[in-house]
Design a protein around this ligand. Structure first.
Ligand SMILES: Cc1ncc(COP(=O)(O)O)c(C=O)c1O
Length: 398
């Protein structure tokens, strides 16, 4: 089928890459041992700290988010170590799989995939662990498979209240630069992220923001590591270099994306995402469809997962929308396969892009014969018009 105009990439990552970022990448590769390169990498290594809201180092890998998951574990833990991981959806499952392949003993706390991590669960598990056998607590901040967020500040509060010494590791692959995320304030020890979501970059960069405590854990951590070794990276990064060949053009892209985030201002970035997410949910409710996330305080800024009515295949809906309107929506993952479609509303995204996205969904629902009420788009447009976008203010460069 021939399609004209722009493809609508409305999966929850990879996201639409702005022209500014594409142009910034469209340059010759330079010598990664040169002074010019060092200037670029020192700028992005510093700039990315602002997005994690940390003064600590952020490691940048040429990798996907999964590499950054692995890096968090192998730098801090030893075979046989016990870790506590909460089931939030498909991505908590996959992180668990990596941990188990490395011989870590995972206590996997069951979850419904419709709610975030309950502070009471954290409290119960850690209270029962009076011998402090858990070496790390792992949480997914924004579960991309369900559109549910977990309250990381609350998890830290419980850990501190119980004086539990475990490291706190958080996956914010689809939360960073879309929802407020505070590595330092929440005393996160390792924050894991990737380039292809809120940061508006192509896939290919993985991130670990690391606390002093996490860095200290590398001294006793016995899991084998080479490429992922933080200390090796930090040694080179101090001079603006990398131990092996870095993804130079993705670093150009990162520099431009950081400039864009700075120009808009992080609080405005979060507000924009929150507003577009809210209008999305208004449309879904007006269609009479059910949102996967059950708790309003846990709605995701980045993605809304929506159930199709029983007996109606969500993948058929996605295919009809792709074939007819050239729009990609996220599939249901794991146990939600075929039952759910996901609308990505993160990264380089605005009111009219959302209007187009929701129009594609509403037309797709009609074409597929899925029972729904008309008027979801209209309801979302009314809400967008009533909540004007804030004027960008300059993000103070600290
Ligand atoms: C929350 C979350 N964690 C981890 C990952 C894994 O990242 P990647 O697919 O880049 O390896 C993803 C990917 O979508 C994700 O959404």
């Amino acid at each position: 089928m021939i399609h004209t105009g722009r493809h609508f990439l409305q999966i929850p990552g990879p996201t639409n890459v702005p022209f500014r970022v594409l142009r910034a990448m469209d340059r010759p590769v330079i010598d990664h041992r040169s002074a010019e390169f060092a200037q670029l990498s020192l700028e992005v290594l510093q700039g990315i700290r602002g997005v994690f809201q940390t003064a600590s180092p952020v490691i940048i890998y040429a990798s996907s988010g999964s590499g950054a998951w692995e890096a968090a574990l192998v730098n801090t833990l030893s075979p046989g170590d016990k870790i506590l991981l909460f089931e939030t959806g498909r991505f908590s499952e996959l992180w668990r799989q990596i941990a188990e392949r490395f011989g870590l003993v995972v206590e996997y706390v069951p979850g419904s995939w419709r709610r975030g991590i309950a502070a009471s669960d954290v409290e119960a598990r850690l209270t029962a662990d009076s011998s402090h056998s858990f070496k790390a607590v792992l949480a997914v901040h924004n579960e991309t498979s369900t559109g549910v967020t977990s309250n990381i500040a609350e998890i830290r509060r419980v850990m501190n209240q119980l004086r539990h010494p475990a490291l706190l590791m958080v996956d914010t692959v689809s939360g960073l630069a879309s929802a407020d995320y505070r590595h330092d304030e929440w005393q996160v020890d390792v924050s894991v992220s990737g380039s292809q979501k809120g940061l508006m970059l192509p896939p290919g960069l993985g991130f670990n923001a690391i606390s002093e405590k996490a860095l200290a854990a590398t001294r006793t951590a016995k899991l084998p590591r080479s490429y992922w070794d933080w200390n090796e990276m930090l040694k080179f990064n101090a001079q603006g270099f990398f131990p092996s060949t870095p993804a130079t053009n993705l670093l150009y892209a990162l520099r431009e994306a950081l400039h864009m985030l700075q120009e808009e201002g992080l609080p405005n970035v979060f507000h924009r995402h929150q507003r577009l997410a809210s209008a999305t949910r208004t449309a879904v409710r007006a269609w009479g469809l059910e949102i996967v996330c059950e708790e309003p305080s846990e709605y995701s800024n980045s993605v809304t997962a929506v159930f199709t009515p029983a007996g109606h295949d969500a993948d058929r809906l996605r295919k009809i929308i792709l074939d007819n309107f050239d729009m990609s929506l996220g599939a249901g993952l794991g146990k939600l396969a075929g039952k759910v479609f996901r609308i990505g509303h993160l990264g380089h995204f605005n009111d009219l892009m959302l209007a187009g996205t929701l129009s594609g969904v509403e037309m797709g629902l009609a074409l597929t014969g899925i029972p729904h009420k008309e008027g979801g788009v209209q309801a979302a447009l009314r809400q967008l018009a009533a909540t004007s976008a804030p004027a960008p203010t300059l993000w103070p460069k600290s």
